[in-house]
Write a protein that binds this ligand. Structure first.
Ligand code: AMP
Length: 291
């Protein structure tokens, strides 16, 4: 496994790999790797000749007062995880290399970036889309792997890839959870043990919403949102940023559920902001199925 720090060297390597028709599986991360990241790496390992993992805590996706400075940086442990999971190259640029002093160009995916998390984190998805576009140009992946845990990010990246004609296949991977249901996240390490245990209710609220839709109890989004909020309100001190039922592609709010939808939630537990989501399936009997 090789560590590459310079974007020029990374791009030169990728050009050579393309010349040799070697496929590149790419997993962009901010480090502090856990089993969620590992699941992406394993998918990339199975589907490509080489695997590149990037580790970069991207300053442009953090707003003022957010956790950029205290975001966990665990490079030695990350390196070990990458090595033992068969990663070929770890790309770890620094902020000066990625943005220099004269960076003036940003990517903004309109309509999708200022709703849900974007409403509470202005500029966040502009930072995400910009860094991912830059990483695509540097790493030149054949396939890039993203977690459904960050569903809005995934949907925005899919849209950007289509709109800007990046020759990259975006592969969506399922959310990896703890046995309690809590979605794994690098930010979970901010939680105290008590907050950690209580945060499992976030996943429970999503499971409830899934059941309510599956069992045809509710088709009215507001009723589902209220039922989820009732669970979250039992977490002492939790503050709900949003609970939304949205279209799975455009992310626009859905008031009455007629097809599969996305339920997403962002909650602040103490000082930690947690997000999670689930696709709510209508579980309709499929037509034209011969028994
Ligand atoms: P991050 O390091 O948090 O920027 O995440 C890097 C990638 O890992 C993103 O595509 C995330 O969606 C994905 N990821 C983070 N947590 C999980 C999880 N629990 N399950 C699956 N993928 C995840």
């Amino acid at each position: 496994m090789k560590i590459i720090k310079s974007s020029d060297r990374m791009q030169a390597l990728s050009k050579r790999l393309w010349g040799e028709r070697i496929t590149i599986g790419f997993v962009p991360t901010m480090g502090a790797l856990h089993r969620g990241h590992l699941s992406l790496i394993e998918r990339a390992r199975k589907g490509n000749d080489v695997v590149v993992v990037s580790i970069f805590v991207n300053p442009t996706q953090f707003g003022p007062g957010e956790d950029y400075l205290r975001y966990p940086r665990t490079f030695e442990a990350d390196k070990k995880i990458c090595k033992s999971s068969g990663v070929d190259y770890v790309f770890v640029p620094d902020a000066r290399d990625m943005y220099g002093q004269t960076h003036l160009t940003y990517v903004n995916v309109e309509n999708m970036s200022d709703i849900l998390c974007g409403k509470f984190r202005p500029g966040h998805f502009k930072g995400v889309a910009t860094i991912v576009a830059k990483l695509f140009n540097i790493v030149m992946p054949t396939r890039a792997y993203f977690g459904s845990k960050d569903y809005q990010q995934l949907a925005i990246i899919k849209q950007m890839t289509k709109d800007l004609n990046f020759p990259v296949n975006i592969i969506a991977c399922p959310t990896v959870r703890e046995s309690s249901g809590l979605a794994l996240s690098s930010r979970n390490r901010y939680l105290s043990p008590v907050e950690h245990a209580r945060s499992a209710k976030i996943a429970q609220s999503l499971q409830l919403s899934s059941m309510l839709v599956k069992n045809k109890k509710f088709r009215d989004s507001k009723k589902i949102i209220d039922s989820m909020a009732d669970i979250i309100k039992t977490i002492p001190g939790a503050v709900i940023d949003y609970i939304c039922i949205s279209d799975t592609e455009t992310l626009q709010p859905v008031l009455h559920i007629k097809k599969d939808v996305l339920a997403s939630i962002a909650v602040r537990v103490g000082k930690t902001r947690l997000i999670d989501n689930m696709i709510l399936r209508l579980n309709k009997l499929r037509k034209n199925v011969s028994l």
